[in-house]
Structures are given as C-alpha cells and as structure tokens.
Design a protein around this ligand. Structure first.
Ligand code: UD1
Ligand code: MG
Length: 459
C-alpha cells in the first residue's frame, strides 16, 4: 500500500447541533468526537495525519495540540469534497489516503486498517453498513446488472424515493489511491440539493474512469453512527456507555444495579466482586479493587479504591486513594491528595484535601481536614477544622496516633498535636499540644446567679 496518509474532516459547523460549539468538539464519554477519531487512527502508523479545520478553527486546532496532526484551513466550508481539495497540496503522489469524518467517533482501528488495506493504493474502498434507519445518510447505489457493483453514493437530500429505500449507507470513511484522489476531487462540482462539493461524488468519477470500487462492511452500525444532532449524540452516548458496562460485566464480573445508569468517561479497572449502584460517574483513570462497593450517585475521578472499601451515596472524590475496608460518605468530599489508610471512616459533610489519614482514623461528621497528617486511630470530632491558610500560605497540621480531637475545634496550622493528646471541644489550638494530655483552649464556663433575661415592658 506504500505511504499511508490520513485526512480527518472537522471543518463543518454542525448546524444541526444548534450549538455555538463546533460539532467535533462536543464530547462523547468525556472526550471530543474528534479525539475519539484521532485515538482510533493513532496506531495505524500513518506517514501523516491532516486535519481539515474551518468553523471555530482555533478551538479545534487547540484541542488537538500535541497530537501530531497537521491542521489545514478550509475557509469557507463548501462541503466534504471541498474539504479534501484543501489538503491536496499536503498529500504525496503515492500510497493510500484514508479519509474520515470527524463526526463519526466510534470507528474502530481494525476497521480503518482493513479499509486502507482493501484500497491498497489501487482501489476506491468505501466503508458501508446496513442501517435500520438510513435517513440522512448517503445511499450506496449498486448495479444489479453488473454483479451489484457500486455505482454511486447519493446523498439523502438528492435521493429519489426508490433510492431512499436503500438501507446500505456510506459511513463517511473511505480509502483511495492518493494520486487518483487528488485528481478526482479537483473535478468535483456542486450541482446538487445542498450546493456543496460532495466528496461522495468521487465514486461516480471512479466508475467513469474504471477505477475499481469496493464496499467494505463495518463491524456494526454502532461504530459508524454519525453525530449530527443533540439527539443522535445522546443516543450514541447511551449505547457507548451500555457497551462499557457490558464489557465490565463480561470481563470482570462487575455487578451493576442498572447497567443503563452508568457513566464512564475514561478508564475503569476493576477487581472481583465490585458492585456499582445507579447514577455513578467515573472520570479519568479509576481503579476499584476486589469487593469494593460504590453506592448510588457518586462522582469518582482519577482515584484508587482498595479492597473491601465501601463508598456511600453522593460521595465526590478527585485524585484520592482509599485504603482497604475504608468507609466513606454519604456526602463526603475528597479533594486532590486525600489518602486514606485501611479502615479509615469518613462520614457525612466531611471534606479532606491533601491529607493522609492513617489506619483506623475517623472523621465522621461535618469536618475539614486540609494539609494534614493524621495518625492511626485518631478520632476527629464533629465540626472541627484545620485552619490551614493564613491568607497567603498553606501550613500543615500534624496529629499523632490515638489523638482525640473534640467537636468544633479549630487547629490553626502550622501546629502539632502529639500522640495520645485530647483536645477539648470548642478549642482553638494555635500552639502545639503535648502528648497524652488534655488541652483545652476556650473561655471558662461561668453561671451568673440572679441574672435575668431582658423583658419588654407590658403595653
Ligand atoms: C456525510 C456524507 C454521507 C455519509 C455521512 C456519514 C458527504 C457529502 N456526505 O454526510 O454520504 O452518509 O457523512 O456520517 O460527504 N466537513 C468539513 N467541511 C465541510 C463540510 C463538512 O470539514 O465543508 C466535515 C464535518 O465537520 C464533518 C464531516 O465533514 O465532520 C461530515 O460532514 P456532515 O455535514 O456531517 O456530512 P453528512 O451530511 O453527515
Ligand atoms: Mg455528519
């Protein structure tokens, strides 16, 4: 096949999305449509990847920075054929060119590779599929008198009723001999319903010139569904999420309360006997070890949850590590750098940031632990906080093993509460507290005899 060039068309506005954002930057499972396509072709070993940008070109360009793709501007955007015309000067005169639509996100790498191989720099290879509902797609018109040879692609808007009944559609992905493609797109016209230069018209060119045209079937409809509207995007998202859930069930035996109420926007590694309740969102890279339970409506980002841990409902965590058999939530918030040891308990309305809590430590109610090192078996009382920020700098709080911090305390950092110390409820601790002793820092309670409450004069 010689050199492989890849062209991804991403210049269109996506009018049917009814959005200010360019269509290819809308996200599916947390990644842009365009990023999905780039990921799919990343392993094909292409000699060059050319990205046609136009509508909101700067935003699209910025989104692919570092991907190695070369952006080529199409201005104005006069159709997919016109898009490929713009990359002609960047294409060599040999090898195969694979052209992909930026709005067909779930194309699989092996399908794209098979299509390029089917062209082999000698044929025009079209990726096609039978769609249950082909509305909106270009139809594959075959000639029964010529052994069903592909004659043309007719766009939905230009198709006759008989052609609209055809369920075999063009997926928006083709592979062609590069030198031939460069010539073929130069001759396109816009004599059609949309007054656009259609890339799909090169099929008729091939037919005229005697270049063999082959239709390569996609695995299934799913990998070649195009996104043209908010409804289609939402449908594809649900199908994609369902597939991810199925893979986790099949490969790791993950149990879902309802696999259709699951959202993974990244990667999820699971051990054995993991249970995930409804409405959870996983983002970035998340690892759940054996016997982990994630209760309903948790949002978990870039975190590791170790064996046997129980995450109660409505817990949020980002960049956190949860130790074995720990219990977190409901309504807990673990921010970056929260590291919980084995059997730590974090209860409702507790926020942990950039802190380590050693084995068996507990903060069960309404508390803030920020920039702290908390020892084993510490009991951190309800309503207590670390005052870690002086308005300019952050400071650390160190709490030794077996410390008991009473309720409603303020630990003004930098401060150390040594091993075994007890801090009386309501204390504001701004000096280090010694080991093993009770430290209390609050006004003494007094009772005033003969005091009476003010009363309003009788009217
Ligand atoms: C296109 C195909 C149709 C196919 C369908 C599959 C054509 C003429 N039609 O239709 O046969 O069934 O995809 O999903 O190719 N783009 C540009 N510049 C432009 C116009 C579009 O870069 O001037 C890009 C868009 O950003 C998009 C892709 O090309 O990523 C396809 O454009 P779109 O308008 O969505 O074409 P469809 O009508 O879906
Ligand atoms: Mg489209």
């Amino acid at each position: 096949m010689g050199q492989l060039s890849i062209v991804i068309m991403a210049a269109g506005k996506g009018t049917r999305m009814k959005s200010a954002r360019p269509k290819v930057l809308h996200t599916l499972a947390g990644r842009s449509l365009l990023q999905h396509v780039l990921n799919a072709v990343a392993g094909l070993g292409a000699d060059r990847t050319l990205l046609v940008v136009g509508h909101e070109a700067d935003a699209v360009r910025a989104s692919v920075a570092g991907s190695g793709a070369t952006c080529v501007l199409q201005e104005p955007q006069l159709g997919t054929g016109h898009a490929v015309q713009q990359v002609v000067p960047h294409l060599p005169d040999a090898g195969t060119t694979l052209v992909l639509n930026g709005d067909v996100p779930l194309i699989q790498a092996d399908t794209a590779a098979a299509l390029a191989a089917a062209s082999g720099g000698k044929k025009l290879a079209l990726l096609t599929v039978e769609m249950a509902d082909p509305a909106g797609y270009g139809r594959i018109v075959r000639d029964p008198s010529q052994g069903d040879a592909v004659r043309a692609i007719v766009e939905h808007k230009d198709a006759s009723d008989a052609q609209r009944a055809i369920r075999e559609v063009y997926t928006g992905i083709l592979a062609a001999p590069t030198a031939w493609l460069k010539r073929a797109v130069k001759g396109l016209t816009n004599d059609n319903a949309q007054r656009e230069y259609y890339l799909t018209d090169i099929v008729a060119v091939a037919e005229r010139e005697g270049l063999p045209v082959v239709a390569v079937p996609a695995h299934d409809e799913f990998e070649v569904t195009g996104v043209n509207s908010a409804t289609q995007l939402a449908e594809l998202e649900r199908r994609f999420q369902r597939r991810q859930a199925e893979r986790l069930m099949e490969e790791h035996g993950v149990r879902f309360a309802d696999p259709s109420r699951f959202d993974l926007r990244g990667t999820l590694a699971c051990g054995r006997d993991v249970f995930i309740d409804v409405g959870c969102v996983f983002e970035g890279n998340v690892t759940l070890d054996d016997d982990v339970t994630i209760s309903a409506h948790c949002v978990i980002r870039n975190s590791r949850i170790e064996a046997g841990a129980l995450i109660q409902p409505f817990t949020h965590m980002t960049d956190a590590v949860i130790g074995p058999r720990a219990e977190v939530g409901p309504f807990a918030r673990l921010r970056p750098g929260a590291q919980l040891g084995a059997e730590v308990h974090i209860g409702n309305f507790v926020e942990i940031k950039n802190s380590t809590l050693a084995r068996g430590a507990k903060a069960n109610h309404l508390a803030y632990v920020g920039d702290a090192t908390v020892g084993e078996r510490v009991n951190y009382g309800a309503g207590s906080i670390t005052a870690n920020y002086d308005g300019a700098f952050k400071h650390r709080t160190v709490i030794g093993n077996d410390v008991h911090v009473g309720s409603n305390c303020v630990l003004v950092a930098p401060v150390t509460v040594a091993e075994g110390a007890t801090i009386g409820a309501g204390s504001t601790i701004s000096k280090d507290a010694p080991a093993g002793q009770l430290t209390v820092a609050r006004a003494k309670q007094v009772s005033i005899q003969g005091w009476s409450r003010p009363k309003k004069a009788a009217k």
